[in-house]
Design a protein around this ligand. Structure first.
Ligand code: RB5
Length: 145
């Protein structure tokens, strides 16, 4: 189950993410927002991140104006590793090296074609493990989160 969230600035892309995941026959849960009315991105990013932290969802795709705000929120949650990406290479490496479980991007910063390619590669790339395992473990071990 993929957790989906956005604020008003990412709402249109969130709706496109949902259509794209439907095409791919992938299950998702939409944590809002549900319109372009102005809201606060932490409200939605916290709810979706909590669902990843507690195991209800396996991973997530979060959108705001830049992808930055939602990623900062997500990374406050235990077990969540969110990557704000603007390129397909960054999305790929966030999986290979960081075992990222949330992809974040900005509707105001990346074209939809790039966003779609980032989603595809994020969902289809495995963590490389090896030397990266120790590093990823250290992300969590020092803070307990
Ligand atoms: C909303 O205007 C904007 O600040 C928000 O979507 C996001 O980009 C914050 O990081």
């Amino acid at each position: 189950m993929i957790a989906i969230a956005s604020d008003h600035a990412g709402f249109h892309y969130k709706e496109r993410v949902k259509s794209f995941l439907k095409q791919l026959n992938l299950e998702f849960k939409d944590f809002g927002t549900h319109s372009t009315d102005s809201v606060d991105y932490p409200d939605f990013a916290h709810a979706a991140s909590e669902a990843i932290s507690n195991g209800e969802c396996e991973n997530g795709i979060f959108v705001c104006g830049t992808g930055i705000g939602v990623s900062i929120v997500a990374n406050k949650h235990k077990g969540v590793r969110a990557a704000a990406c603007e390129s397909v290479t960054a999305a790929e490496l966030s999986r290979k090296h960081n075992n990222a479980n949330v992809l974040c991007f900005g509707e105001r910063l990346v074209g939809w074609g790039i966003a779609e390619d980032m989603i595809k590669i994020f969902l289809n790339t495995n963590f490389e493990a090896g030397r990266h395992t120790r590093r990823v473990e250290k992300i969590h071990s020092l803070t307990g989160r």
